[in-house]
Design a protein around this ligand. Structure first.
Ligand SMILES: Nc1ncnc2c1ncn2[C@@H]1O[C@H](COP(=O)(O)OP(=O)(O)OP(=O)(O)O)[C@@H](O)[C@H]1O
Length: 227
C-alpha cells in the first residue's frame, strides 16, 4: 500500500531535516503504529503520503503508483481515497453527526441514494448510531473523535491515516477509539496510527515503526513501545 524508498524531507525555509533516508513498506491490510519523540517525523510521514509535502529526495509509492506522477486532479482524487483522522480536522459545528459523516460522501461523489446506508453503517462501526442527530457540541470529546473516524471510513477508503487519534481523550475513550480502528482494519482497510500513547501500543499489539530524528530506528512486527 505504501512504499518509501530512501525518502528525505528537508523543509525548505528552516532547512529542518524531518525525514532522513527513510525506506519502508506497509502492506495492504496491515495495522501499523508510528511512534517516536515529538519532532521525530511522524506527521511529516503522513503529509508525504497525502502529497501535502514533497520529498527532497527519494521515491514514494502509494497503492502501487509513484506519487511524483500524480498531478492536479489526480492528487485530489488520491487524497479523497485516503481516510484521515487528524487533530486539526474538526467536525463542522453546524452539522449534526449524520451530516458531518455524509459530507465525505458528498465530496467523494458517492451517489446520494447510498448515503443513508453508508452513514448508518459507519456510525454503527463507531458505536454511535443512536447519536446521529446530535450536534458536535452535544457530544463528548471521545464521541466527537469517533464521529471523525466514521467520517474517515464512510467511503470505505483502502487506507486510513490517523495522527494522534486519541490525543485529548481519557484512557477509556482512547481504548474505545483503538478498538474502532482495529474493527476498521479487520474490514480490510490499511491503518496507520501515529501516536504517543504508550499504553495503547503496549496493549493492542501491532507492527510498530519507531522514528528518531527522521530515521527509522525500529520496525517491530510484534509491537512494543521503545523510543
Ligand atoms: N511545515 C514545517 N516547516 C518547517 N519545519 C517543520 C514543518 N513541519 C514540521 N517541521 C519540523 O520537522 C520535524 C518533524 O516534525 P513532525 O511534525 O513530522 O514530527 P512529529 O513526530 O509528528 O512530532 P509530534 O509528535 O510533536 O507531532 C520537526 O523538527 C519539526 O519542527
Amino acid at each position: 500500500m505504501i512504499q518509501f524508498k530512501n525518502v528525505t524531507l528537508e523543509y525548505p525555509v528552516t532547512r529542518t531535516l524531518a525525514l532522513d533516508d527513510l525506506s519502508l513498506q506497509v502492506g495492504k491490510g496491515e495495522f501499523v503504529y508510528l511512534v517516536g519523540h515529538s519532532g521525530a517525523g511522524k506527521s511529516s510521514f503522513m503529509n508525504l503520503v497525502l502529497k501535502r509535502a514533497l520529498p527532497t529526495r527519494g521515491e514514494i509509492r502509494v497503492a502501487g503508483e509513484t506519487l511524483a506522477r500524480y498531478r492536479g486532479r489526480r492528487t485530489a482524487l488520491l487524497r479523497r481515497r485516503i481516510g484521515t483522522v487528524f487533530q486539526d480536522n474538526l467536525l463542522l459545528d453546524h452539522l449534526n453527526a449524520y451530516d458531518n459523516v455524509a459530507f465525505t460522501l458528498r465530496v467523494t461523489g458517492v451517489p446520494q441514494r447510498e448515503w443513508a446506508g453508508r452513514v448508518t453503517t459507519a456510525m454503527r462501526t463507531v458505536g454511535l448510531e443512536h447519536k446521529k442527530h446530535a450536534l458536535p457540541v452535544q457530544l463528548s470529546q471521545g464521541e466527537q473523535q469517533r464521529v471523525a473516524i466514521a467520517r474517515a471510513i464512510v467511503a470505505d477508503p483502502p487506507l486510513l491515516l490517523a495522527d494522534e487519534p486519541t490525543g485529548n481523550l481519557d484512557p477509556d475513550h482512547s481504548r474505545e477509539v483503538l478498538r474502532v480502528l482495529q474493527n476498521v482494519n479487520l474490514r480490510g482497510t490499511t491503518v496507520i496510527v501515529a501516536t504517543h500513547a504508550r499504553d495503547l501500543v503496549e496493549t493492542f499489539r501491532h507492527r510498530t515503526l519507531t522514528l528518531r530524528k527522521g530515521r527509522l530506528v525500529r520496525d517491530d512486527p510484534y509491537g512494543g513501545y521503545t523510543l
